[in-house]
Unconditional design. Sequence first.
Length: 309
Amino acid sequence: MSGNAHVPVLLEPVLNGLAIKQDGIYVDGTFGRGGHSKAILERLTTSGQLIAIDRDPQAIASAPAELTNDPRVTLVRSDFAQLSTCIGERGVLGQVDGLLFDLGVSSPQLDTAERGFSFLRDGPLDMRMDPDTGIAAAEWLQSVEEKALKQVLFKYGEERDAARIARAIVSARADARIDSTLQLADIVASVVPAHTRKKHPATRTFQAIRIHINDELGQVEAALRQSLDVLKAGGRLCVISFHSLEDRIVKRFMRDASRESEQYRGMPDVPAEFRPRLKLVGKAIAASAAEIADNVRARSAHLRIAERL
């Protein structure tokens, strides 16, 4: 995956979905390593504007000079659950022509062992997207009750062996603190035989703990709600998700926002505040076989697009 660290997923469908105007205002709510941002910027004239947001300090620090030195670009270190605040502070609330969210963990985060996201590389068991806030995964695992751990593994990892894995983790920590990624991966593998899985046995466990530690689904829900206040009429919302939990939230939000409120559904005169606020644009888009061959991270990606009414 390291070879794909700077390859933006579903790039052309995103650019088409955003329907970029040369003098428009665009927000990349998940800057990462700037692949999507760079491509958006290339389509803007000198009067265009790009606001890029990321809560990972390494993402902001690694932004290329061609972006940081461009007067059209504003880089903001924040989680995207603060979207309205970030955009409001820059005086363009309700004026944004396009908004992009590329959800989940980035390839550079997975490739950096010290971040603790990967079960394939030994490193401290951290998993925080913003290392300056919250508690590390190791700290959480040290004190979480077995029942709560099982619930997290089942809810956020859709892990069918959640009870067995939670029991093994609690048993292991009684003997020694679980401080490293490979420690945790080995514990999971010891109770979930590899031959029963198409992927590494620890895949779902790591996903679940990461989602919990970073409140990823809560962040997505908050950002989606705020997108309605951020976008102007005709503005486009593009969201890339990588697993069913994220995609379910995005699909439900876009569906519900594209309908009248239930109590007024089918009525001829619907008050403005209860009318649809989004229009769905096409169906979910998956990566082509050619893109997946070039960028393995794209294999589970789905893009959904909606337009602000």
